[in-house]
Design a protein around this ligand. Structure first.
Ligand SMILES: C[S@@+](CC[C@H](N)C(=O)[O-])C[C@H]1O[C@@H](n2cnc3c(N)ncnc32)[C@H](O)[C@@H]1O
Length: 291
């Protein structure tokens, strides 16, 4: 039982699966009892001066992240996972600091175990003139113990050659691949949410729902608890409730918080548009209907 369910905190919106708090995650995380969350999935600010963050020194930023990470580890269930999705911090002199490299020790110091460093490749972003344009970010997936939930079947993707068969040996003639599809690997090609994406809101860097769905389906079971301490417009919560999990999240920005709750209401009324998992990437070189 989470303390938030006793309604001790104000600025809450809740229904049977979605639970949202408008306010700072330092306040919100304190309300969760130890080992009560199965999956924490989030994308924190990158300290690059986006409109929802105040740029500060890298040391100060890391000290803030360390506090949030420590709380996340405290409330993580022993079978649970943390997925921290980050890109680059760009220093004032233009130097690129890959945030996963500097955040990794903050997880390791709590004994967390890295299972994958997933590369998320996407097609749209800034066109740089003094370096190559950035078209990937990463998700660090950590578990608390060696006994963790991992369900591969719900997230398998279509095999390239589903009809391929063993051509010799005792299994000759049988299908060689898994009929449910193949492991999606640690390279995920998923469109990011830019202007013509069906999920686009006013948030400058929201998750695509399908990206979080893959984490939810593989790392949790039905009825589990998922938390996003920097929820933005609530994408992680949408992905959670879409699959019968409890979704918890908070954001300091009231405008994003209101959009997040509105998305839950749209989801409940069947009007929220989301890009389906595993839809092929649009390729203008293919004939119409060919993707
Ligand atoms: C990169 S965005 C996350 C977007 C989110 N993944 C989505 O799909 O919309 C980071 C969010 O963290 C929020 N934020 C920044 N500091 C926070 C804090 N201390 N507590 C809670 N939210 C915070 C910002 O307002 C911003 O919406």
């Amino acid at each position: 039982m989470l303390a938030t369910q006793r309604n001790e905190v104000v600025n809450l919106q809740t229904d049977k699966l979605a639970h949202m708090f408008h306010g700072d995650n330092a306040t919100y995380l304190r309300e969760f009892v130890d080992a009560s969350v199965n999956l924490i999935v989030t994308s924190p600010p990158y300290n690059i001066g986006k409109k929802y963050e105040k740029r500060t020194s890298l040391d100060r930023y890391l000290a803030e992240q360390a506090k949030v990470i420590a709380e996340c580890v405290r409330i993580l269930h022993p079978n649970g996972s943390i997925c921290w999705q980050v890109g680059n911090h760009i220093a004032p002199n233009g130097e690129v600091v890959p945030l996963d490299t500097v955040l990794y020790p903050l997880f390791k110091q709590h004994g967390l175990i890295l299972r994958n460093r997933i590369v998320w490749h996407f097609g749209h972003g800034l066109h740089c003139s003094k370096r190559f344009s950035g078209r990937y970010e990463t998700i660090m997936w950590f578990t608390k113990t060696d006994n963790y939930v991992f369900n591969l079947d719900p997230v398998r993707i279509p095999s390239k050659y589903p009809e391929k068969k063993y051509f010799k040996g005792p299994k000759a003639g049988q299908l060689s691949g898994n009929p449910l599809g193949k492991n999606p690997s640690d390279l995920w090609i998923i469109p990011n949410v830019k202007s013509n994406h069906v999920e686009k809101t006013d948030h400058p860097c929201q998750f695509p729902v399908e990206l979080v769905e893959r984490l939810v389906l593989s790392m949790t079971n039905s009825g589990d608890v998922i938390l996003d301490p920097y929820m933005g417009v609530g994408t992680s919560i949408i992905a959670a409730i879409k699959h019968g999990r409890h979704g918890y999240g908070c954001d300091t920005n009231k405008y994003y918080f209101d959009i997040a709750w509105d998305r839950v209401l749209q989801y409940r009324s069947g009007t929220l548009k989301t890009r389906p998992m595993n839809r092929p990437i649009y390729d203008p070189s293919l004939p119409k209907g060919g993707h």
